[in-house]
Design a protein around this ligand. Structure first.
Ligand code: FNR
Length: 379
């Protein structure tokens, strides 16, 4: 199937699944434990109904959105994804360049397989930096300092990893750090020669921002300690707020009280996110968590939503319920996995064209005007 016959993000996912060895596909596609949250994120969007309004002139549709005085072409951007080059070689740079070319935000993960400096160069002023707070304060400060020098002005601090998620697929696939070429992995690679050859050319991906630090890591526990910490608290966030002079957002907020504390501490925004269902299986889908958060903090800071965006209409649903903007993670990853750069472009195009069509059908020519009035009152 050619990329032009991929009608949806789900089609791109299926195409990626055919081209990528199972262990690498599962690394991105999988979720926590029995993957309840992964499924519920998408199902919950479908439960939000919007009521189209007719006899409105929709001959011109405007999806432009202004965030922090910068105008973007669409109301969605790329969420941070770690180790994405293991999914498809050069995925990080491909997506950073795509976001710049299409004029949408690109959030560089601190666990990316490309350095934050190279990603800043590729995404230019559309690049934001996502920070995992390390159990080693020097590591955290090192990343912040590098992000400043590289020119990032937006810092997205991820809050939802007090412990690493338990992902059953990765355990079954025996993914290990450092990476081991087990006979099963070799067999899977042989079934996907294009992936294997391209990967060989690019070399084994690593967590590039920490490459030196992780050289001596012999276990996953070592890696975890470097990347994240179980003791990240509001006091640390207060210090980060004082330290970072640019815009600061907190990612992974699900509780209205946590949203209120972020606003009280002077954060510029939050990302209502459950990490795409990768951290816990028992929590709420983000679109269900959103209304209480909107009630608590609307108007005090920027509200972004992610987790489960697969359709342009999902971005409208989030806006109708009070999110200013959305991020998509896997939607872009599936695109690049389905076909490299053209696949990434197709993922953007699918979401954007679905969004434009849905705005026309909703009778809302300006994305900015979508709001609670568009929610269906039909019970
Ligand atoms: C992520 N996510 C993530 N978040 C983050 O803050 N830092 C990171 O390094 C990563 N890494 C990561 C890897 C992979 C493989 C996935 C799928 C996700 C979470 C990501 O930013 C975002 O919250 C979700 O991807 C959103 O859900 P969807 O759009 O993938 O359903």
């Amino acid at each position: 199937m050619g990329l032009d016959r991929a009608a949806s993000i789900d089609d791109l996912r299926l195409r990626a699944k055919k081209r990528i060895p199972r262990f690498a596909f599962d690394l991105v596609d999988g979720g926590a434990e029995n993957e309840r949250n992964l499924r519920r994120n998408c199902e919950a969007f479908e439960e939000v109904e919007l009521s189209p309004r007719y006899m409105v002139d929709v001959s011109e549709i405007n999806t432009q959105t202004i965030l922090f005085d910068q105008t973007f072409a669409a109301p969605f951007g790329m969420a941070p994804i770690g180790m994405l080059n293991a999914f498809w070689p050069d995925a990080d740079l491909t997506l950073a360049r795509l976001c710049k070319a299409q004029n949408i935000p690109y959030v560089a993960s601190s666990a990316a397989s490309t350095t934050l400096e190279d990603l800043a160069e590729a995404a230019e002023d559309n690049g934001w930096f996502q920070l995992y707070v390390s159990s080693n304060a020097d590591v955290t400060e090192g990343l912040i300092g590098r992000a400043e020098v590289a020119g990032y002005t937006k810092l997205v601090v991820t809050a939802d990893v007090p412990a690493a998620g338990k992902r059953d697929r990765d355990i079954r696939n025996q993914l290990s750090v450092p990476f081991r070429f087990t006979p099963e992995v070799v067999a899977q690679c042989m079934l996907n020669p294009r992936w294997a050859l391209t990967s060989l050319r690019h070399g084994t991906p690593n967590v590039a921002n920490y490459a030196d630090l992780l050289q001596s890591a012999t276990s996953y526990a070592d890696v975890q300690k470097t990347l994240i910490t179980p003791s990240f608290t509001w006091d640390d966030l207060k210090r980060l707020r004082a330290r970072w002079k640019g815009k600061l957002l907190v990612k992974g907020i699900l509780h209205p009280k946590d949203a209120e504390i972020c606003a009280d501490l002077g954060c510029d925004g939050i990302v209502v996110s459950n990490h795409g269902g990768r951290q816990v299986a028992f929590g709420p889908p983000t679109i269900k968590a959103l209304p209480a958060i909107v009630d608590a903090v609307a108007g005090r800071m920027l509200l972004i939503l992610d987790s489960g965006i697969r359709r342009g209409a999902d971005i409208l649903r989030a806006k109708a319920l009070g999110a200013d903007f959305s991020f998509a993670g896997r939607a872009f990853a599936f695109g690049v996995g389905a076909g490299g750069q053209p696949g990434a472009e197709r993922a953007f195009e699918i979401l954007q064209l679905e969004l434009i069509r849905a705005l026309g059908q909703l009778g809302a020519p300006n994305f900015e005007d979508v709001g609670p009035c568009h929610l269906s009152r039909v019970q």
